[in-house]
Write a protein that binds this ligand. Sequence first.
Ligand code: DQA
Length: 153
Amino acid sequence: MSKTKKLKILVLHGPNLNLLGDREPGIYGKTSLEEINKSLEKLAKELGVGLHAEQYNGEGELVQAIQEARTQYDGLLLNLAAYTHTSVALRDAVAAVKIPAVEVHLSNIYQRETFRHQSLIAPVVLGQVSGFGAYSYVLGLKALVHGLKERKN
Ligand code: DQA
């Protein structure tokens, strides 16, 4: 048995992602949020990390969740959805807690409307995965765990 503490990841899904599967499937795919969370839990087990996922439609609730993560989690996997492009408050929260984070998007935000081309979150995270549908989350979790392990060594 390894003596090192198990890394804990918080996955935060932003507004309207509770409707995944049903919501504009041509853009976001047919996979539901529950299916995404299940696949992340399975991958977390394989990677030997703990994982918990939450979804909020409200900006304040997301700020609160990021603040509360400070004492409980080692890494953040974030799809802040529309707030990615608008929320200084969420960017400041991510910067404030200093928990390494990875940003993910189902769609390729750079192929879409120009208002989606800017992420206010990108400058305060380790990196971003965009455009692989539900698989963006898988890639994002792998990248986050890799980044956290690199920092430990
Ligand atoms: C999204 C992209 C955002 O522009 C959009 O507002 C979303 C979802 C994505 O996962 O592709 O709600 O974050």
